[in-house]
Design a binder for this molecule. Structure first.
Ligand code: BG6
Length: 541
C-alpha cells in the first residue's frame, strides 16, 4: 500500500527511470532487510520493485510434521539468508508432541541443515531461531488456543509483529474445521481481516483441497464460514516454481511468441511430470489418492492453464486467476464413453508391496490423458498430459510442438533430410530452462539438414541458483499477494473436469491394470494413446 509516508527512490537503468517505494518504517541497513530492488544481473536489464513483507507471526499447525521440516522451515531460513524476511517476524509452531521450545529449535536446526538448499550458517540460524516458539497442545482443546493467544500477544509486544498473523494449516484436511472454529472463537481470526486491514489475519491451506467436486465445495463452504476469500491462500507449490511463474513472463514479456501461440501454428502440447521417486513412506495417503488427485487436478492443470490463458488485463492476482478459470471452464469434459480413448492409467510393479498400500490396490501411479480446450485459440489442439511415479527419468516440462512446414523444398536424392518440427520446451525441472529445436543445414558440400537445439539454462543465464517454491509463496502471503495461490472457483473448476474421470475409473473394477516396470517410461498403453493420433511422447530425459 502506498501511503503518504512512503518515500521514493529513483534508479536509472540504461533505458528508463524507475521509481520504487521505501516504506518509512523499514531500516534498509538493518540485518535481515535488503534493498527492495531486485537488480538485474544483465547490464541495462530491468530493475523491478519487490514490495517488502509486513511484520507478522507465522503460526504453523503441524510444526513437527514432514512438510514443516522438509519445506517450510528451510524455506524461511533461506528467506532469512537472502534478507527477505521482515525484520519483525516470528514463527509459532503448534504440535501434539511434548517438547520445549529449545528442543524444537534444536530439532529443526538439524533438519534444516539436511533439507536447506543453502548450507546452515550458525549465526543466521540463531537469529532466525530466536523468534521460533513452540506451543504444545491438541488442536481440539480450547486451552491450546488460550495459550496460543497469550503467546502471540507476548510476541507482538517483544518482536513488534503488529498483530498480523498467517495461520499455516499443515495438517490433514479433517482438522481444518476444528482449528478454524477455535481460532475464530478465540478472536484470533476475525473474518474480513484481509491484507487491506490492520492487523490482518490470513490462512494458508495445503492441498488436497477435497477429493472430488462435492468434497471440495464442502471444504470451501466450511472455510468461507470463518474467513473471506481474500484471507484464504490455497497453496499449490508448483505455482511458486520460478519456471512455472516464467510461463506467463515468457508468453507476455516477448513479442515474438504470442502471434504463434494458437491453433494456427501449434500442433499439440505435451505436459509431463515424471518422477523417479516412489511413495517415500506415504503409502497410506497415496493409495487413497492416486496420481490424478495427487498431481493432475492441481499441478498439471495449473501448468496447462498458464500455457493456455488469454492475456490478462493486468498482472494482478484476480485478473490472472480470472483468465485461468476461463481455461479450466473450457476444458472439454471427458465422458465415461471417451475414457478408454483419452485416458490411460498404470501402476508400477511392486506398488502393492509398499507399506500402507492394499494388496489388491488398483490405485494408479501413472496417468496419460488427452485433453481438449474448447475455445477459439485452442480448438483442435490436443494437450497430452502424463504424470507418474517410479519412472525412468525425472522430468517436468511443457513441450510445444509446432505445425510441420507445408512442403519440403530441399532436393531429395543423396541428401539427408530429417525434418523434425519446431519444438519449444519449457523445462520446469530439473535443468530449468527453455530450449527451441529447429532445423539447420549440416555443414558440408551437400544440402543435408539436421535438427539442433538452442538452450537457455536458468542458473547460468542469471548466475544464481533458483529459490524453492515455498520461499516465494510464503513471502507472497506475507505481502498479501495471492497471485500464485489457487482461488475457490479455480479449484472447483479443476475438480469439475477431473471428478467424472475419477468416477468412471473407480467404477471400473474389471479392466486389467496396466502395469509398468519401475524405471521404465510407463505402460505401453500410454504410447498407443499418442500413436492413434500419429504422434509419440518425447523421451523422459
Ligand atoms: C506433491 C505430490 O504435491 O508434488 C507428490 O503430493 C509429488 O507426490 C510432488 O512427489 C512433486 O513435487 P516436486 O516439486 O518434487 O515436483
Amino acid at each position: 500500500m502506498i501511503t503518504e509516508s512512503t518515500r521514493f527512490q529513483t534508479v536509472t537503468t540504461r533505458e528508463r527511470v524507475v521509481e520504487y517505494r521505501i516504506p518509512e518504517d523499514e531500516d534498509m541497513t538493518q540485518d535481515g532487510i535488503t534493498s527492495q530492488v531486485a537488480t538485474s544481473e544483465i547490464p541495462g536489464g530491468p530493475i523491478l520493485a519487490e514490495p517488502t513483507a509486513d511484520p507478522c507471526v507465522l503460526v504453523i499447525f503441524g510444526i513437527t510434521g514432514d512438510l514443516a521440516k522438509r519445506k517450510l522451515i528451510p524455506a524461511l531460513y533461506n528467506l532469512m539468508v537472502g534478507g527477505s524476511l521482515p525484520r519483525r517476524f516470528a514463527v509459532m509452531g503448534l504440535g501434539r508432541t511434548e517438547m520445549s521450545t529449545p528442543e524444537l529449535r534444536e530439532r529443526l536446526r538439524e533438519q534444516t541443515g539436511k533439507f536447506s538448499r543453502q548450507p546452515l550458517d550458525s549465526e543466521i540460524w540463531n537469529r532466525f531461531a530466536a523468534h521460533l516458539e513452540y506451543v504444545c497442545g491438541s488442536f481440539d482443546e480450547p486451552a491450546t488456543y488460550e495459550e496460543l493467544r497469550a503467546r502471540l500477544s507476548q510476541v507482538d509486544a517483544t518482536v513488534g509483529t503488529a498483530g498480523n498473523r498467517i495461520y499455516y494449516l499443515s495438517t490433514p484436511a479433517a482438522t481444518f474445521p476444528v482449528i478454524l472454529e477455535n481460532l475464530h472463537a478465540n478472536d484470533l481470526l476475525p473474518r474480513g481481516h484481509g491484507h487491506q486491514t490492520q492487523p490482518w489475519a490470513q490462512v494458508i491451506i495445503e492441498k488436497p483441497f477435497g477429493r472430488d467436486l462435492d468434497s471440495a465445495r464442502e471444504l470451501n463452504r466450511m472455510v468461507r464460514r470463518y474467513i473471506a476469500e481474500d484471507q484464504t491462500y490455497r497453496i499449490d507449490h508448483y505455482l511458486g516454481k520460478e519456471t512455472v511463474q516464467n510461463i506467463l513472463v515468457f508468453r507476455f514479456g516477448n513479442s515474438i511468441f504470442e502471434p504463434f501461440w494458437n491453433r494456427k501454428y501449434i500442433d499439440y502440447v505435451e505436459i509431463t511430470a515424471a518422477e523417479t521417486i516412489g511413495l517415500q513412506g506415504r503409502g497410506r495417503f497415496y493409495d487413497q489418492t492416486g496420481v490424478i488427485r495427487d498431481v493432475v487436478q492441481n499441478h498439471l492443470l495449473q501448468v496447462l492453464a498458464l500455457c493456455a490463458v488469454e492475456p490478462p488485463v493486468s498482472f494482478t492476482a484476480n485478473d490472472i486467476r480470472d483468465q485461468k478459470v476461463q481455461v479450466l471452464k473450457s476444458l472439454r469434459p471427458i465422458t465415461s464413453m471417451e475414457i478408454a480413448d483419452q485416458v490411460v492409467t498404470g501402476q508400477y510393479r511392486g506398488y502393492c508391496d509398499e507399506p500402507g498400500v492394499a494388496k489388491d490396490s488398483r490405485t494408479p501411479t501413472y496417468v496419460a490423458m488427452k485433453v481438449l480446450i474448447d475455445n477459439w485459440r485452442w480448438q483442435g489442439v490436443p494437450f497430452y498430459l502424463r504424470a507418474g511415479k517410479n519412472l525412468g527419468g525425472r522430468c517436468t516440462e511443457v513441450a510445444i510442438h509446432f505445425q510441420p512446414i507445408p512442403l519440403s523444398l530441399f532436393p531429395q536424392g543423396n541428401t539427408c533430410q530429417i525434418l523434425e518440427r519446431n519444438i519449444l520446451t519449457l523445462r520446469i525441472q530439473p535443468e530449468e530452462g527453455i530450449s527451441l529445436r529447429f532445423v539447420a543445414k549440416v555443414p558440408g558440400e551437400h544440402l543435408s539438414v539436421g535438427n539442433v537445439s538452442m538452450n537457455m539454462n536458468y542458473s547460468s543465464a542469471f548466475g544464481k541458483p533458483l529459490s524453492e517454491a515455498y520461499e516465494r509463496l510464503l513471502l507472497d502471503c506475507m505481502r498479501g499477494d495471492a497471485t500464485l495461490f489457487e482461488r475457490r472457483d479455480g479449484v472447483e473448476q479443476a475438480w469439475q473436469f477431473v471428478t467424472p474421470i475419477l468416477d468412471a475409473l473407480e467404477a471400473d473394477t474389471k479392466s486389467p491394470v496396466n502395469y509398468y516396470a519401475p524405471g521404465s517410461a510407463g505402460p505401453a498403453e500410454a504410447d498407443q494413446l499418442l500413436a492413434r493420433d500419429g504422434r509419440h511422447w518425447s523421451p523422459l530425459s
